[in-house]
Design a protein around this ligand. Sequence first.
Ligand SMILES: Nc1nc2c(c(=O)[nH]1)N[C@H]1C(S)=C(S)[C@@H](COP(=O)(O)OP(=O)(O)OC[C@H]3O[C@@H](n4cnc5c(=O)[nH]c(N)nc54)[C@H](O)[C@@H]3O)O[C@H]1N2
Ligand SMILES: Nc1nc2c(c(=O)[nH]1)N[C@H]1C(S)=C(S)[C@@H](COP(=O)(O)OP(=O)(O)OC[C@H]3O[C@@H](n4cnc5c(=O)[nH]c(N)nc54)[C@H](O)[C@@H]3O)O[C@H]1N2
Ligand SMILES: [Mo]
Length: 765
Amino acid sequence: MPKRSDRPDSPETGALEVKPPPAVAGGTAAIAATIAHVRHGPGLLRGARALLAMNQPNGFDCPGCAWPEPGAAERSAIEFCENGAKALAWEADRARADAAFFARHPVAELAVADELWLGQQGRLVEPMVLPAGGTHYQPISWDDAFAGIARAISALETPAQAAFYTSGRTSNEAAFLYQLFVRELGTNNLPDCSNLCHESSGVALKQAVGVGKGTVQLDDFDHADVILIIGQNPGTNHPRMMTTLQAAARRGCHIVAINPLPEAALTRFAHPQHPFEALEGGTAIASMHLPVSVGGDVALLKGVMKALIDEDARRHGHAVDYDFIRLHTEGFPAFLEALAAEPWDRLVDDSGIAQASMRELAALLAGTHRIIACWAMGLTQHEHAIANIQEVANLLLMRGALGRRGAGLCPVRGHSNVQGDRTMGIDHRPGPALLDALERRFGFAPPPAHGLDVVGTIEAMQAGRVRVLFALGGNFLSAAPDTDATAQALRGCALTVHVATKLNRAHVVTGREALLLPCLGRSEKDLQAGGPQFVTVEDSMGAVHASQGVLRPAGDGLRSEPAIVAGLAQAVLGERSRVRWSWLVEDYDRIRDDIAAVIPDFEDFNARVRSPGGFVLPNPVRELRFPTDSGRARFTVHPVPARGLAPGQLLLTTIRSHDQYNTTIYGLDDRYRGIRGGRRVVFMNEEDIRERALEPGMPVDLVSRFRGETRTVARFTVVAYPIPRGSAAAYFPEANPLVPLGRFAPGSRTPASKSIVIEVRRSTG
Ligand SMILES: Nc1nc2c(c(=O)[nH]1)N[C@H]1C(S)=C(S)[C@@H](COP(=O)(O)OP(=O)(O)OC[C@H]3O[C@@H](n4cnc5c(=O)[nH]c(N)nc54)[C@H](O)[C@@H]3O)O[C@H]1N2
Ligand SMILES: Nc1nc2c(c(=O)[nH]1)N[C@H]1C(S)=C(S)[C@@H](COP(=O)(O)OP(=O)(O)OC[C@H]3O[C@@H](n4cnc5c(=O)[nH]c(N)nc54)[C@H](O)[C@@H]3O)O[C@H]1N2
Ligand SMILES: [Mo]
């Protein structure tokens, strides 16, 4: 564990070590890491108490990923993973970034600190203000803070000059109140982390099958014959999914990893809670790994589908599910024609995968309908992200792998409530149904015009069209593309406000004035006038359940997110509001009654969420009802995207290490990739290193090229790694200055942070 230092300008030290990745992931190393992080943060006693309540029916939802918990009856006493424990340890930290801390460190000094250092300073415990022209953050009362925001918003020409960001940890209750406030104020400027994440999945699936969410339930994994894991690293980012995958592998299910990197946990995994497994060498997880080139998934999937057609001829019409296609889909003839016209060599060249491997996968898929396709950021963060996901949908449609047990689409969500936030109306492009329902319930007319997403907000700030940014959690600076441009945009604002648990770089690169509003974390007790409260969240598979913290809050001055939103709304809207804000937050059941009245499928919310394990939202696709215009699922045709690399260039993908949660850095190790003590590394193929006359360990600068613009990050260390030629990888957020603001997926506008065209140069000086 990196030690805390008192100096903000002491960036990560140069003790980088590179070793071969472990042969088996999980095991006792996971337990050792868990204990180290818990001891360091909350301490063992307090930490253990909280961890035993994590993901339990009467406890709180892990603030980590959105992977579902098993049904209430099947849950074990330990339903957390190593990285969930790190998230808890970080949140339940004993250290405090209090008024004395801010008095010691001027903002100019904090602005050079990195994310690791800022997070290590501990929990925010009182509201702080950076006045215009001020050098230090200083304490302010909640009332004065809200009054300041109200003043700044009323000084705008229109409410559309403010933007309201949400990060996906926000509860359903806070999210519902927040969108209600923003719409009553008169704008749909609700950018959220989903814009940077699974927006592409939502958009692509809505077009293809009519619903923008996944179609599988957890028990489908017990019945699948093939599970595809495409562009996802569950061993690090969804470790509880490994329990599911391990069980599937053991009963003979074929797991196929489609990933430029041979991620350790997808190779062999030993469950940390069963020490003997590690001794026995763990379980082999993926029976097939296709090391696709970065950005090569469309080519690969088309190759597999082309091979499936050949397989069908061999199997006399039994490899393609014609009955399903006839009954439930449209567009198959055009799709088939386009596929036939696709030359094999292009598919092989652009994917980096041999035709024989594509045929092998096709043969596997031809034998069963019980196919689940899981994916995450490896597919969603490309210019051609919609095509990536719709090719996955095409493949499942060809096999009739929807609406059956053990089959379906599974976009694996990131933040623990990002899916719920969207369900609650955090959406810059709200549909008329939501707006009508809000109007019916609250008696004001919400604005119909679409608002700004993340990229749109940054562009609007650059142009001076957005002057106030309010962020309910998250890290608007380091999570966004094009870090330098985003920093510039933030500095141009009149006011930036963050509701947060701990410091990050978005808090120290500020508008003319800035506010920090400290909130309760998931693990903490939430006491309101009406007594102790719980909140609710929705997991990646549409299950909605309660979450109630168990720890004493980090400070007396903290407020819950719903209470902060209500206080803000009251101050900004005052008498003109149709909503009884302070009455609502006295008892969150009142908020849930409003949700039940406005959001579809939440009837009787308060009663249903109190049953153990909560309830599952319906998904019509599971019953083979496709809410598209035609009532059918759609085959779609996409060209193979051009790789667009000039000689010497590489396609860089940005990935998470095992020691981070998005922009939150827990430590400098990435155990499963053999990296210790540093994050400024670039993973390259040995041949690509040699061809450039570089060597492992050498310092290099990475230069990104886009439409004649260049962006550079300096002094990264070369690491030789089994990654396909022409591809490279570096960590998010260190590589974010390279992501061009203007390069995103049309349709979802998700930045192409997994296909950045770069050149690698030896560092000078
Ligand atoms: N511990 C921990 N848990 C987390 C997070 C965290 O940071 N830490 N973040 C949360 C969030 S918000 C999210 S969205 C998820 C993210 O979860 P993931 O999507 O698993 O995270 P990433 O590290 O971005 O990487 C995705 C994987 O895609 C691969 N990949 C990269 N480019 C390509 C490509 O072009 N094609 C293919 N096929 N694969 C590619 C990478 O090698 C990597 O294995 O995890 C959530 N859970
Ligand atoms: N290059 C590149 N960029 C990426 C990605 C990538 O793969 N590559 N991934 C993208 C993805 S998938 C996502 S989801 C975004 C993430 O974008 P965000 O959600 O904006 O970022 P996080 O790092 O998750 O936010 C961390 C901050 O949230 C605050 N926080 C933590 N817990 C709480 C809480 O309970 N309440 C409140 N109010 N605040 C809290 C803390 O201040 C912490 O510093 O980043 C995106 N950016
Ligand atoms: Mo995400």
